[in-house]
Each structure stands twice: as structure tokens, then as C-alpha cells.
Design a protein around this ligand. Sequence first.
Ligand code: ZN
Length: 83
Amino acid sequence: MNAWKCAKCGAILGYQDGDCVRIKYKDLYVTISCLVGVASIDRVCRKCGYVNVLLLKRKKPAQTVTSLREVVETIGNDVLIQK
Ligand SMILES: [Zn+2]
């Protein structure tokens, strides 16, 4: 797991583990995973305001998904869908 640091001031923005990024702030904890292809994450640094961009690439071969249900089943039980 590598620290994702602000390109301007070096503050830690999150932690990257391959095709997954974890961002924590107080009681907010977010995990972003790239399921297919490439994902772009923009994160404004809380310390200096610089807009950092991180590209996540899918490590495993891209998979074809046919429905949201299949995506959720791929991710597992860590997903809560709110209506
Ligand atoms: Zn910064």
C-alpha cells in the first residue's frame, strides 16, 4: 500500500493499493476501486487546496458486466445502495 501524497505540499491524500484507493477523514472512510479500464480520481488537498488527479488502472483483465447487480456481486457485500 502506497501513500498518495499531494503533488504540491506532500500532505497524505489517501492510500493506494493497486487498483484501489482508500481515503479517510475523521469518521468518513471511502474506498474507490477500479473495476473496468481506467478511473480518474480528483482530490482537493485539505492543506493547500491543490487539485490532485490520480489514475487507477484495473490490474486484472477487464471484465464485461451486464448489469448493476453483477457489478455489486463482483464487489461483494461492502456495498450499500441507497434509494
Ligand atoms: Zn497540498
